[in-house]
Design a binder for this molecule. Structure first.
Ligand code: PMV
Length: 371
């Protein structure tokens, strides 16, 4: 697959107006993406669990303009007009224009809401960008299907291509967003360890996964709900000329290879060692960037230590991962969830901002809600 395959054959913009709605989930990486090349190409492969409850729901209303002109769109978050979201979407439209030639011919209204609080410190970019990319793909699908000049074969857009292109577009909005289309485990980034993996889009993990990982739980402890001090765009860029970058990228390849056999054997202890190592390495890269920065907070470390103590004491398979922030994702197998959730409520929630946390679990990807 190359980028060229996502440039559509010319179609005419025959649909006057319409409305589509998609909901798309967030995801949590097990092997982390940190560092990118030009055009949002990752420096290393990553793999994530798709989440089930943390979602963005986006409705895209479109109406045809007289003539092609500058991009025209308005953005609303929970009914409130959000002009501060516009620059990010403008950049996204500029990046994907080549692949969605209808963009300048229509006026758009983008209405979006999240199932998690916007100010939760949970990045909504993965779920938000994937939902928007899916809506845009649905528009393209309608245009292709309505174009009488195309052959029947050309008018049938195969589901696999639809998902791949949606993931490809979402990647151009926010890298990790390309892993939110489907579930339950998604790989993004070319690696010899995984057949069919690509730098251009996310693909479903194609190998056998042990029962232990079905229904895996993720309780997200909201340690700090503020704006991040350093955005992930800045963080990724600090991997250029980073003294440990080369080794880190190699390590991610090696960890993916190791994870493949862990996922097959169901070895939970090996899984825990690998994902906690990944989380701390991500933050170690931040701390050793120049300029350096720290996104963990004192309560992040307290929670990590308490998880380790509890695991040592009980032998239960509780573990953590982190994304680019202070919040802690507590990961554990479904069959141990009763005792672990009790522990979380009794011992960890006290370290969350205003006692806030979100119970989530592995999910199966985005859904179209209306045509
Ligand atoms: O998609 P971005 O550019 O926001 O980067 C996300 C990076 C991490 O969340 C830290 C890791 C990952 O693989 O999701």
């Amino acid at each position: 697959m190359t980028e060229q395959q996502f440039i559509p054959k010319a179609y005419s913009n025959t649909v006057e107006s319409g409305k589509v709605t998609w909901e798309s989930p967030s995801n949590i990486a097990l092997v982390k993406y940190w560092g990118k090349k030009k055009d949002q190409i990752p420096e290393n492969p990553s793999i994530s669990f798709t989440l089930n409850n943390c979602k963005t729901i986006t409705t895209l209303t479109f109406s045809k303009k007289e003539n092609a002109s500058d991009f025209e769109f308005d953005v609303f978050l929970e009914g409130e007009k959000k002009d501060d979201f516009k620059p990010k979407i403008q950049t996204f439209f500029e990046r994907v224009e080549l692949y969605l030639p209808f963009l300048r011919y229509y006026k758009f209204k983008i209405e979006t809401k999240n199932t998690f609080p916007h100010s939760s410190g949970i990045a909504s970019s993965a779920s938000g960008m994937s939902a928007l990319a899916l809506c845009l793909m649905s528009v393209e699908k309608q245009l292709i299907q309505a174009d009488a000049a195309l052959s029947t074969v050309e008018r049938s857009l195969d589901e696999n291509y639809f998902n791949q292109k949606a993931s490809f577009l979402a990647r151009l909005g926010s890298g990790s967003a390309c892993r939110s289309m489907e579930g339950d485990l998604i790989i993004w980034g070319q690696t010899d360890a995984i057949e069919g993996s690509s730098d251009l889009f996310g693909v479903k993990y194609p190998y056998q996964v042990h029962e232990n990982f079905k229904g895996y739980q993720d309780t997200i402890l909201l340690v700090d709900k503020g704006e991040k001090l350093v955005s992930s765009t800045v963080g990724h860029n600090l991997m250029y000329n980073h003294p440990y970058a080369k080794n880190r990228f190699q390590q991610a390849h090696d960890n993916l290879e190791k994870l493949k056999s862990i996922l097959e054997s169901g070895d939970l202890n090996a899984f825990i060692a690998l994902i906690e190592g990944e989380a701390l390495t991500l933050h170690a890269m931040m701390m050793t960037s120049m300029p350096y920065f720290i996104l963990m907070k004192p309560n992040t470390l307290t929670i990590i230590n308490k998880i380790w103590e509890f695991r040592q004491k009980t032998g239960l398979h509780i573990s953590f991962t982190l994304d680019a922030g202070a919040n802690v994702h507590v990961l554990y197998p479904k069959k141990e969830s009763f005792k672990i959730l009790e522990f979380i409520k009794n011992e960890l929630v006290a370290y969350c901002q205003n006692g806030h946390y979100i119970c989530d679990q592995i999910g199966f990807g985005a859904k179209q809600l209306t045509m």
